[in-house]
Design a protein. Structure first.
Length: 350
């Protein structure tokens, strides 16, 4: 119930004297906060332009009771702790909800007025989460397929989507007042499915780069070392070499540093670890590298880094590349220090 339904384009009617009270009460297992809040959004021309506070209360022994003055069917959000759910209510409706915060979406259940429409929308949220999981499984199978055949991936996603769209169409028949929202669900899912196409094609391109560059000398770019002197990547060759591409703004890069330091100790004398900094201010790079105690680090300007990025498809960091003692490519996309790099290095050192 998070970002998927948050973006539903619902036209919000202005408040009028015809408003009537609606009531939302319920029982929360494993409460995560002291209070619960009920709000809604003002949407104009498909964009959220504001929000409306309806009510709040203290959750006592898991129980709560909220009210809102409405003049038509309205999508509202109930916020509790760091979680939120949604509810569609009409004037005069009295709705009851139960949920367990440990499995928020999966356990949300409505009873009372309008329960059918809300349980249906909750079910759709859970179905979409499972669909994404299945699509991820299909994508991982594709990545592990030596033939790099996109047919099974794209056909599999199309089959999942077709079944889902038939399901959504059946819900439109049952709940015509939610047609606009349900049509948006279809549109949103289509966008998610398209998100697998570009990565799949990039994966195929990268596999071809791996084949082409395997065993070839790595492009020897020139940068600046921590003392401000000119330095080349090849200056660090002589042992099995790991290149670590990072930047000061890259949180995932920095999170890998403790694991990287451990590998530096374990493979001391056997493997050379070389940091390649770029896409950040050189003074910030120097400061961070010295704070971490790095010795083998160089900074590449944009032109030199662009050459590496284009040749080896380095479009995201952190990125780890393994070279042999002579600087020839062994692995253009090695595992991270926290998830498998040690095993890869042990295998290469056998």
């Amino acid at each position: 119930m998070r970002t998927i339904l948050l973006l539903f384009t619902i036209a919000f009617s202005g408040l009028t004297i015809a408003q009537k009270k609606a009531s939302l009460s319920g029982n929360i297992q494993n409460p995560k906060g002291e209070k619960i809040y009920l709000t809604s959004y003002i949407v104009e021309s498909g964009r959220i332009t504001g929000s409306i506070y309806h009510d709040s209360c203290i959750v006592k022994n898991g129980k709560f009771n909220l009210t809102a003055k409405l003049d038509s069917l309205t999508l509202m959000y109930f916020w509790h702790g760091n979680e939120h759910g949604w509810v569609y209510m009409k004037p005069r409706e009295d709705l009851y909800i139960t949920l367990n915060t440990n499995f928020f979406d999966e356990t949300t259940l409505f009873e009372g007025d309008g329960a059918d429409r809300n349980n249906a929308m909750t079910q759709i949220t859970v179905v979409m989460k499972n669909m994404k999981l299945n699509k991820n499984i299909l994508y991982e199978k594709f990545k592990n397929d030596q033939k790099n055949d996109t047919i099974s991936l794209f056909d599999g996603i199309a089959k999942i989507d077709s079944i889902f769209y038939d399901f959504i169409d059946s819900q439109i028949i049952l709940f015509p007042e939610l047609k606009e929202d349900l049509e948006y669900v279809k549109k949103r899912n289509s966008s998610i499915s398209k998100g697998y196409i570009k990565p799949a094609r990039k994966h195929i391109e990268f596999v071809e780069i791996q084949k082409k560059e395997s065993g070839a000398p790595f492009l020897d770019e020139v940068g600046i070392d921590l003392d401000g002197n000119e330095a080349k990547i090849s200056d660090f060759y002589g042992k099995l070499t790991v290149l670590d591409f990072w930047a000061t703004w890259c949180i995932p890069c920095i999170k890998e540093f403790p694991g990287l330091h451990e590998l530096e100790k374990k493979f001391d004398g056997k493997v050379t670890f070389v940091g390649i900094g770029s896409s950040c201010k050189i003074e910030d790079w120097i400061k961070k590298a010295k704070e971490e105690g790095f010795k083998n680090n160089i900074y590449l300007d944009k032109e030199n880094m662009d050459s590496l990025s284009e040749k080896y498809s380095i479009h995201a960091i952190p990125r780890y590349i393994i070279l042999d003692a002579n600087g020839n490519v062994l692995n253009l996309d090695a595992e991270r220090p926290s998830s498998g790099l040690e095993d890869q290095l042990n295998e290469l050192l056998k």
